[in-house]
Ligand binder design. Structure first.
Ligand SMILES: Cc1ncc(COP(=O)(O)O)c(C=O)c1O
Length: 387
């Protein structure tokens, strides 16, 4: 084999199970994609215009490493208004290049080589890879449909060893759509305290909840000192391409995150920070409109999948449905492959999201209502053959 010069860490990383699949989709015509994990809406116009104005005003320079202070202040105000949590905009918030970078900063700043991170699965495809890149070891704890894909504090505790440094959670969850209850989060907080662990909480879907309210982990009493809260604009405000997110936490930890950010990124894109500020100032109506539309689609797809004989847990957050497909006798890879080839509907095999995803596929409903209707018609034909 030819020399690759790659580090062991990188050489052993698996390619994302999502990308592999979408490279195939990109070569096909007339595919309805339920695979994409991003809003089909374009960024709302007022936010878009704020980005354009920023460029026209000549805001083409670096910002402060932590990000524009006005944006950090607006974020602190919003987090306080929504969840009652207090962050000092000067020393406790860093604006990042999406939650992707915030995750990288958090893990790089807290992990020493060999430190373990307990990560409930199925979860966002980048968690395990980012832990590995930061020198850590992911310890996966599968959640189950029988438990409504809730976190299991018992199984998390069983996975904790003397090497455990952190627990990484992400609710509302990608790919299951589960939201975490206050009681369960409280139990996670007790474990973090008992074993002296950091909790990294990725709350990128915090505004996309249906028929309930989001519980912000960082706002639980007494947890702030050992918690890093990650959030962003990609999903809530349909701003994936702008690449803006944030990390918030106690000043002592944020100094470390900021150091990594300074040396790797410098500052998040300036015009995108200006657009994000506008999202916080005037984006509430848009969020409400998008949530109402996602909710309409959610009811259509979850009802439709269940009717077709694919048992589907009722998601209360994000924009994913996670049907169980084992009734077809196929594994998730075969199901996704056949569905794509025979009916031109793209879904993602559940195993792309780690253990616990066996026998499931992820269907994103961040796609137009009419397309979801057509996808269900195609799935109906498919299930008549294989159901
Ligand atoms: C749970 C979760 N966290 C983080 C991200 C990355 O988001 P960003 O666009 O802010 O980097 C995603 C994107 O799909 C996600 O689903």
């Amino acid at each position: 084999m030819s020399q690759t010069y790659l580090s062991e860490r990188v050489a052993t990383l698996k390619p994302s199970g999502i990308r592999k699949f979408f490279d195939i989709v990109a070569t096909m015509k007339d595919v309805i994609s339920l695979g994409i994990g991003e809003p089909d809406f374009t960024t709302p116009d007022r936010i878009l215009q704020a980005g354009i104005r920023s460029l026209e005003r000549g805001q083409t320079h670096y910002t402060s490493n932590s990000g524009i202070l006005e944006l950090r202040k607006a974020l602190a105000t919003q987090l306080n208004r929504l969840y009652g949590v207090d962050y000092d905009p000067v020393s406790e918030i860093v604006i990042t290049v999406g939650v992707s970078e915030a995750l990288y900063l958090a893990l790089t700043a807290i992990l020493d080589p060999g430190d373990e991170v307990v990560v409930p699965t199925p979860c966002f495809v980048a968690y395990q890879a980012e832990i590995t890149l930061a020198g850590g070891v992911p310890v996966e704890v599968p959640s189950r449909m029988e438990d409504n894909f809730q976190l299991s504090p018992e199984r998390i505790e069983a996975a904790i060893t003397p090497k455990t440094k952190a627990i990484l959670i992400g609710y509302p969850n990608n790919p299951t759509g589960a939201v975490a209850s206050r009681e369960v989060l409280q139990e996670v907080a007790s474990l973090a305290e008992k074993y002296d662990l950091v909790v990294v909480s990725d709350e990128i879907y915090d505004r996309l909840v249906y028929g309930g309210t989001h519980v912000c982990y960082a706002a639980l009493p007494g947890v702030k000192e050992r918690t890093l809260l990650l959030g962003g604009f990609s999903k809530d405000y349909a701003m994936t391409g702008w690449r803006i997110g944030y990390a918030a936490g106690p000043a002592a930890m944020m100094t470390g995150l900021l150091r990594v950010h300074q040396y790797t990124i410098m500052s998040a894109p300036t015009m995108a920070q200006d657009a994000a500020l506008e999202a916080l100032v005037s984006g509430e109506d848009y969020v409400a409109e998008m949530v109402a539309e996602y909710d309409r689609r959610r009811k259509l797809i979850v009802g439709g999948l269940n009717q077709l004989g694919l048992p589907t847990f009722e998601p209360r957050g994000a924009f994913y449905a996670f049907p169980k497909i084992s009734v077809t006798g196929m594994d998730e890879e075969t199901f996704a492959q056949k569905l794509l080839e025979e009916e031109r509907v793209a879904v993602v095999p559940g195993t792309a999201f780690g253990p616990g995803g066996e026998g499931f596929v992820r269907c994103s409903y961040a796609t137009a209502y009419e397309k979801l209707e057509e996808a269900l018609r195609r799935l109906d034909r498919f299930m008549r053959r294989y159901g």
